[in-house]
Design a protein around this ligand. Sequence first.
Ligand code: AR6
Length: 172
Amino acid sequence: MTRITLVQGDITEQQVDAVVNAANSSLLGGGGVDGAIHRRGGPEILADCRRLRASRYGKGLPTGQAVATTAGRLPARWVIHTVGPVYRPEVDNSALLASCYRESLRVADGLGAETVAFPAVSAGIYGWPVEDAARIALTAVAESGAAVAEARFVLFGAETFEIFREVMVAQG
Ligand code: AR6
């Protein structure tokens, strides 16, 4: 069973096997966690992403899916890129957000990763309310059945960390 842990901090500094990136379909970088991972990890990650675009993902990585690249200069071995849904109050995309976590863990299992760090996918630029994003994320990981030993949520800022902590306590 996967143990879920929460820390407040910067995901690019985590000593884990794999770091999950809240990417966009292009896989070619952006702001938020994506920008931080590419800045800190260096150009090897982007080079791998370009190869993926030239081969398996000509049209981009679909929302809810996940794919791994090198982690370049990050302490981790791999970056697992996933694409969260953009939050739209009139559409329920929670299944797609849950899929990001399930698929990332499936990729991690395939790599033999034991420790995986997750950001709060979709809860930044993509606008998902943090409490709801936390509920979906924690449930998806708890129910994943993955072999990964530790799924570590790395929350940027005290407020997001506190919300995740409260949701985790409420979910038991
Ligand atoms: N470590 C941990 N968490 C972080 C870090 C960090 N270094 N930096 C930001 N966060 P976001 P999204 C938090 O916007 O909502 C990009 O342009 C942030 O505070 O990174 O899925 C992509 O290319 C928030 O809680 O991802 C896409 O176009 C959470 O990580 C788009 O943004 C996610 O925020 C994806 O948007």
